[in-house]
Design a binder for this molecule. Structure first.
Ligand code: ATP
Length: 454
């Protein structure tokens, strides 16, 4: 056990007894015999928990509890009440106490309560830090994230925002590809001009062609008026072709021609119109395999993939899960006019160990639901869906199958690198970014481990 406890009791012998016991359990501890002394000590030193008796001459334990929760809400207070005095216990909780224990004190139970309170206090501090981080750092445009892998991404985005090169944005569904495209546009010199996005999977081939290139009046049955098309609507700005992997083959040919010539020919027209648009594409498909299987044109692939931006899955972004959760809780709580400050420690643990197949979109939906459901001032485990509550994570078992097995640092490194690779679906560029290694070093290490580097 670790943590620092301030024990307050007007009986010195009681203070000494608890103090000694807590020290034996590995905790740090100090004691005072009056509430006023305690208030002073809390201002001078940092504590994880205050444990106080209720009945004391002068300022009593309940008043002390009120003053601490008003001035230092980050320090949980545990109150000691006499056995059978339930009213006092209720009054203590109302005064803001984290929990209570009854006298005569059962030391194991007290230690457990204090341990829980310490954990709670640490989480509170973490939430506070996260909340400040949401306000302050870890942002690129509208994107949030303070993890190493996200900072790597922000650097890359800052470098490419002002170039004119086509960018292929890849990543699992819900990882923020559209948001990245918007951010690139917002940071580029095209920012004053339009950003236009089109979902290539949502339209049939003919509709997609007239959506992108426009059509002349009477070009087909429904074409009663002339239409400009998205390439021309985005003039001077940026066009995002989303779900590019779904684009029909015949359309791919037409798109390639337009990109090569920087001109579009509206459906039913014989005039070609030049355009000045930066093209961004996004896909959650593996386009390289699609090229190999002849489902995607190789020439178009090279044309759109001048620069590739790979978005890491949420499960490889570490504490960003909590940062984003906190952000959405604040957003939805404000909308619902509910007083919710954050996420309970237990709920945070569940969120951190879940695998997030639907990434940030899934997390956003889950937080919206949790805010609507919760009856507490913090999102609790019961506010989370069953799939998260019951999720069995395959945690990194650095020690291997046998928990008693002791291994060398080198072996720990090998196991961790392989674990990260598994987590990002064997994507070596992403794994290198998560690990903070350059690709060459990662390749060298994988070669040492006998992993195929193709
Ligand atoms: N880093 C981030 N910070 C804040 N919100 C994010 C972040 N990434 C994604 N989101 C939010 O998550 C949701 C999904 O993002 P987006 O639509 O950009 O994902 P996508 O990868 O394009 O998904 P799909 O492949 O399904 O089209 C949006 O509500 C977006 O605002």
């Amino acid at each position: 056990m670790n943590g620092k406890v301030l024990v307050v009791d007007d009986e010195q012998s009681m203070c000494e007894l608890i103090d000694t016991d807590l020290r034996l359990r590995g905790m740090e501890s100090s004691w005072c015999t009056s509430a006023n002394d305690a208030l002073r000590t809390v201002q001078e030193q940092e504590f994880d928990v205050v444990l106080t008796d209720v009945r004391m001459p002068g300022t009593d334990g309940l008043q002390l509890c009120r003053q601490i929760t008003d001035n230092r809400p980050d320090i949980p207070v545990v109150v000691m009440t006499a056995f059978g005095s339930l009213e006092t216990a209720v009054a203590a909780i109302r005064a803001g106490a984290y929990d209570f224990v009854t006298k005569p004190i059962e030391m194991d139970l007290l230690a457990l309560t204090i341990e829980r309170a310490c954990k709670h206090s640490r989480l509170q501090q973490q939430v506070q830090v996260l909340s400040e981080a949401v306000q302050r750092t870890g942002r690129f445009g509208e994107m949030l994230g303070d993890s190493q892998v996200m900072h790597g991404l922000y650097d890359q985005l800052a470098r490419i925002a002002d170039s004119e090169a086509s960018v292929l944005i890849t990543g699992e569904s819900g990882t923020g590809k559209e948001l990245v495209a918007r951010s690139i546009h917002q940071k580029s010199r095209r920012v004053e001009k339009p950003f236009v996005a089109v979902n290539c999977a949502a339209l049939s081939e003919t509709l997609l062609e007239s959506e992108l290139f426009g059509h002349s009046k009477g070009a087909f049955t429904d074409a009663r008026t002339e239409r400009k098309g998205l390439f021309l609507e985005a003039e001077g700005g940026t066009l995002l072709l989303d779900e590019m992997g779904e684009m029909p083959m015949a359309m791919q040919v037409k798109l390639l021609r337009a990109l090569e010539e920087n001109r579009v020919r509206p459906v039913g027209s014989d005039k070609e119109i030049p355009f000045d648009v930066r093209i961004l594409t996004a896909t959650n498909r593996d386009l390289e395999s699609a090229v190999e299987e002849n489902r995607f044109r190789e020439d178009l692939y090279y044309r759109i993939n001048v620069i590739q931006v790979e978005l890491p899955p949420l499960r490889s972004r570490g504490m960003d899960v909590l940062l984003l959760s906190q952000h959405y809780v604040e957003q939805f709580a404000e909308r619902a006019k509910k007083e919710i400050v954050g996420i309970s420690e237990q709920a945070a643990e569940k969120l951190l160990s879940y695998s997030w197949p639907g990434n940030i979109r899934e997390l956003r939906n889950i937080m919206e639901r949790a805010v609507a459901l919760t009856r507490f001032d913090k999102i609790a485990v019961e506010d989370l869906p069953e799939k998260i509550r019951n999720y069995q994570s395959s945690q990194v078992f650095i020690g291997g199958a046998d928990p008693m097995e002791l291994v060398s640092m080198e072996e720990v490194e090998r196991r961790y690198i392989l674990h990260v690779l598994d987590t990002v679906d064997q994507n070596k560029t992403l794994a290198a970014r998560v690990l903070g290694l350059d690709r060459k070093t990662l390749y060298r290490k994988l070669k040492q481990y006998g992993v195929d580097n193709d």
